[in-house]
Design a protein around this ligand. Structure first.
Ligand SMILES: Nc1ncnc2c1ncn2[C@@H]1O[C@H](COP(=O)(O)OP(=O)(O)OP(=O)(O)O)[C@@H](O)[C@H]1O
Ligand SMILES: [Mg+2]
Length: 258
């Protein structure tokens, strides 16, 4: 049984069908990539999945429960977290504080406990901090924990976004162009890190233009063009699909564009 079912979803912006009848599934423990030329509708699908946009038609189920009418915060609580194509960190906050924001979304104490700093609040804060430190270590940013997010190089900011997403405790992590702006060594590290997430039981749905990353780590790939799925399958199947090659002609994806 799939962890995430997307069935026949569509969304128009005015006259533009940004997402047009897309059906896809992500199974527990998979790394699935969503690729396609610029403007294909990939990020829009993430915005739909995270409750930012409401679909016109179709259905989305996560762990068999419908989520397409839920608000973003409830979707995070259900177990889906994301990173953004255009990095969205709290730039004037420190690295560790940015990670703690992720865990606060999931806080199990009420406002009352936070305001009066009850023992329950303090215990949760200690647990969150220990967890945040562990996550920073996992993404290789422990030495940066007291730096301001704004002072991190681009590649490290992307890693910090991943740590913040993980801090929510999500099962499904949506990565929107995680390798964008990374040099080859950084994207190689990222590739290994994403594989390690899968080893830990996370499920990944990733949008990525860097074909080296996509081809090396994806279990399966979906290809979107003008809002429609034009191909799906194993990396080798997709890479050799004439429809995919055609879609990319004239608009070869390039990580440097972003
Ligand atoms: N809020 C919006 N209002 C109007 N049009 C939108 C909106 N969001 C996205 N679009 C349009 O929907 C289409 C799909 O955009 P989307 O950002 O999903 O593409 P993408 O596949 O992520 O592309 P890229 O690879 O460049 O990031 C584009 O034509 C875009 O201009
Ligand atoms: Mg996009």
């Amino acid at each position: 049984m799939a962890l995430l079912h997307i069935e026949g979803i569509s969304l128009s912006f005015g006259g533009l069908k940004a997402v047009d009848g897309v059906t896809l599934e992500v199974n527990q423990g998979e790394i699935v990539s969503l690729i396609g030329p610029n403007g294909a509708g990939k990020t829009t699908i993430f915005n739909i999945l995270t409750g930012i946009y409401k679909i016109d038609t179709g259905e989305i189920r996560f762990e068999e429960k419908p989520i397409h009418n839920q608000i973003p915060q409830d979707i995070v609580k259900a177990g889906i977290a994301r990173t953004f194509q255009n990095i969205r960190l709290f730039r004037n906050m420190r690295v560790i504080e940015n990670v703690l924001v992720g865990s606060h979304i999931m806080a199990h104490y009420s406002f009352f406990h936070a305001v009066f700093r009850t023992p329950r609040f303090k215990k949760a804060e200690i647990e969150n901090t220990v967890n945040a430190i562990r996550l920073l270590k996992d993404v290789g940013l422990l030495h940066r924990m007291h730096d301001y997010a704004a002072n991190l190089p681009y590649g490290e900011q992307r890693k910090l976004e991943i740590a913040r997403a993980l801090a929510t405790g999500a099962k499904l992590i949506l990565l929107d162009e995680p390798a964008a702006g990374m040099n080859p060594q950084e994207s190689e590290e990222l590739l290994r890190f994403i594989l390690s997430l899968r080893d830990k039981g996370f499920t990944i749905l990733m949008i990525e233009h860097d074909m080296n990353v996509v081809m090396h780590i994806s279990d399966r790939i979906y290809v979107l063009d003008y809002g429609k799925l034009i191909a799906q399958g194993l990396p080798q199947e997709v890479a050799n699909d004439p429809k995919v090659i055609e879609a990319y002609l004239g608009g070869v994806p390039n990580a440097q564009d972003h």
